[in-house]
Design a protein. Structure first.
Length: 76
């Protein structure tokens, strides 16, 4: 049954293709599923890097005197 998901054609160097093929065989999945999972993982890593950079930038402007105390934030 054809899928309605968008597709991407990718050209890989032979060593890279062989590595992906080996991982797919190890995990018992198709090449397509393995590449999809690797792309998802790479995007999550990129997102983590971006959030870390944002946190570092905000940390530089942090002013302890203007910050709220724990009890001020978590009052009932």
């Amino acid at each position: 049954m054809p899928t309605k998901n968008p597709r991407i054609n990718v050209v890989l160097e032979k060593p890279l293709y062989n590595n992906v093929e080996r991982l797919a065989e190890r995990d018992g999945v198709s090449l397509s599923l393995k590449v999809r999972d690797l792309v998802k993982e790479a995007l999550e890593i990129e997102e983590d890097i971006g959030l870390a950079q944002l946190g570092e930038a905000r940390e530089k402007t942090f002013n302890r005197k203007k910050s709220l105390k724990h009890d001020e934030v978590w009052q009932r």
